[in-house]
Write a protein of this length. Structure first.
Length: 594
């Protein structure tokens, strides 16, 4: 997928799960309290600007900042990609943004506008002007003419860099007008005739479809630690950042709010990891009172970031606090409270700053090295992941939950780890099942390409989970047991299934609009019933193909071989199409309509 964009200020600113699985074995009953329901949002001016202060700048128009925020929040792009898709230069021929989606084969051209008046509306005149802007992209000749007349405008370089010319004519052209007010009667009438060309994003849409990327955490009571007779060190790191460092009694640390519901560790990259070798050693030391005095000598310590850190001669008081390093130790102490003595202390670093600030994120990442840290862990605070989790809570509460942090205990319902979701999309959306053994890529270079797309939603992930559940249920059809047990086989089947039904009208309606089908338990069940037969047939075909190679069939190598998998998928698809033509097999649409 390529993402390109340009922007200039042309408009005045006055305007039922199929099968539950993957149970988690964790220490204690910990649940991330950061999952929230819908959080209120205001799009009225000037409150609208409070939604994206990080994008406002004297050299950037408010409408440009608004469009960046829209692309990040509603198109689900990574922050950098959203910013790269917007510019503030003039002379861009009425174009405020361009998004090219190579997965969906669409080119979306944007105009954005902020109205200062809540009671104002958008009429047909503004939309007619935007329709004229879209005409510049109707053909390669029209785009070439635009480039020739744009001079040195940035849009020329953006068109070249994105190879947009080669995609005109084969990609669907869309227009999207984004504003913070709604349509009037004339505007609505205009869209009845040109609704296929222009999508209007107004006040009500922004409010109804906003998914918060902020944590809704419970309020804490301040925590106080006794440091009478204890040496305390202070370190000032410049500006307003300072740290207080002292050995703190474990008995006082386990009294901090938020241990039982995990909210204390909301900004930590992981939840409790259970019985790792490091954690076993910590527990053993806690239960050996003879080693309590030595504990600060061989323990790396605890890092706490707090909004307020106050120091008095005999005490330290903190509020608005979160443990960003030391989750495993605090959890182990909490679960073994009866073994703690006054001699057991942990060197604790209290840092005064906003826990959600970029500096706090940097501290969190650099300080987490006691248990092995993976790329996935560092994405647990990513806005896209938090937004997806919130969306799960809104639409699938008690049915499905979204796990974004290793070690956490999920909410009620079937848990879907975000790593698994990424592998689903690598196989189904990106059509690269042969690469799923490199799962580390999901949270490294490919995170934006997999998750930072407008079509990636809780609904899509649930749909892919249902497909995978059906695949798992049908694996018993394999006579070749080893290939059935090989996990990458599932992703290969998911890819072949997508290719098999690639031209089915009803199937494409569902995968392009999963929210219309997945949020209803009855339709989810119907979807599972319809796909089961196709998946079973695919497995039988793969089984027959693999048996042709004998007992020494290198299934591991073949499943990772892109050309072999593509050839297999093509062969199965051709047989399916022949059977449909001969009346021996129903299409997915026919199954759905029965």
């Amino acid at each position: 997928m390529s993402r390109t964009g340009c922007c200039s200020e042309h408009l005045t600113p006055d305007l039922a799960p199929c099968r539950p699985r993957y149970p988690h074995d964790t220490i204690g009953d910990f649940r991330d309290a950061s999952v929230s329901k819908r959080m209120a949002i205001s799009v009225d001016y000037p409150e609208l600007l409070d939604n994206f202060p990080e994008y406002l700048s004297p050299i950037r128009s408010a409408s440009a900042a608004f469009l960046i925020w829209y692309l990040e929040q509603y198109y689900r792009l990574e922050q950098v990609e959203a910013e790269d898709a917007v510019c503030d230069q003039g002379g861009d021929k009425g174009v405020d943004g361009i998004f090219i989606n190579d997965s969906n084969l669409t080119i979306t051209v944007f105009q954005s506008k902020i109205s200062h008046k809540t009671n104002s509306t958008v009429g047909d005149a503004t939309l007619r002007g935007f329709l004229g802007t879209l005409q510049q992209f109707k053909s390669a000749e029209a785009v070439t003419h635009l480039m020739e007349n744009a001079g040195n405008a940035q849009i020329v370089q953006l068109i070249k860099r994105s190879d947009l010319l080669s995609k005109i004519g084969t990609y669907e052209l869309r227009g999207e007008f984004v504003t913070n007010i709604d349509l009037d009667h004339n505007g609505s009438s205009f869209l009845k005739h040109y609704g296929n060309d222009i999508k209007f994003i107004g006040r009500q849409f922004l409010i109804d479809n906003h998914i918060s990327d902020e944590r809704n955490l419970p309020k804490q009571k301040p925590a106080t630690f006794d440091v009478y007779g204890i040496g305390v060190a202070e370190h000032v790191a410049g500006g307003d950042v300072r740290a207080i460092i002292a050995p703190i009694r474990a008995r006082e640390l386990v009294l901090m709010d938020g241990i039982s519901d995990q909210s204390l560790f909301a900004y930590n990259v992981r939840g409790p990891l259970g019985r790792t070798s490091v954690n076993k050693d910590v527990v053993a030391t806690i239960n050996d009172s003879d080693k309590h005095k030595l504990f600060p000598l061989f323990h790396n310590g605890i890092t706490v970031i707090a909004q307020s850190v106050k120091q008095a001669p005999d005490k330290i008081e903190i509020s608005g606090y979160y443990v960003v390093n030391g989750c495993q130790s605090i959890t182990s102490l909490y679960n073994n409270k009866e073994a703690i003595t006054d001699d057991l202390k942990l060197l604790t670093k209290f840092i005064e700053m906003d826990p959600s600030s970029p500096t706090a994120t940097l501290i969190t990442e650099y300080s987490n090295n006691q248990n092995g840290v993976r790329s996935r862990d560092f994405k647990s605070n990513n806005k896209i992941q938090i937004r997806l989790r919130t969306e799960f809570a809104q639409h699938y509460d008690g049915v499905y939950s979204y796990e974004i942090k290793r070690g956490e205990t999920p909410s009620e319902g079937e848990s879907i780890p975000n790593e698994e979701a990424g592998l689903y999309m690598m196989a189904f959306d990106q059509k690269e099942p042969w690469g799923t053994h490199r799962k580390y890529e999901v949270f490294e270079d490919r995170h934006a390409a997999l998750f930072g797309r407008p079509e990636v939603s809780a609904d899509r992930i649930v749909m892919l989970r249902l497909i995978d559940n059906e695949i798992v249920n049908k694996l018993v059809l394999f006579r070749q047991g080893l290939i059935a047990k090989y996990k990458l086989t599932r992703y290969m089947i998911m890819y072949i299934f997508r290719e098999l039904l690639n031209d089915d009208k009803k199937f494409n309606e569902i995968i392009n609009n999963p929210e219309k089908f997945m949020r209803d338990a009855g339709l989810r069940k119907r979807f599972c019933e319809c796909i089961g037969g196709f998946i079973g047939d695919i497995i039988v075909d793969i089984d027959v193909e693999s048996r042709r190679f004998g007992t020494d069939f290198d299934y591991r190598g073949k499943v990772k071989d892109a050309e072999w998998v593509k050839s297999l998928a093509s062969s199965i698809q051709k047989d399916y199409e022949k059977n449909v033509i001969r009346g021996r097999q129903d299409t997915f649409e026919m199954e759905w309509n029965k």
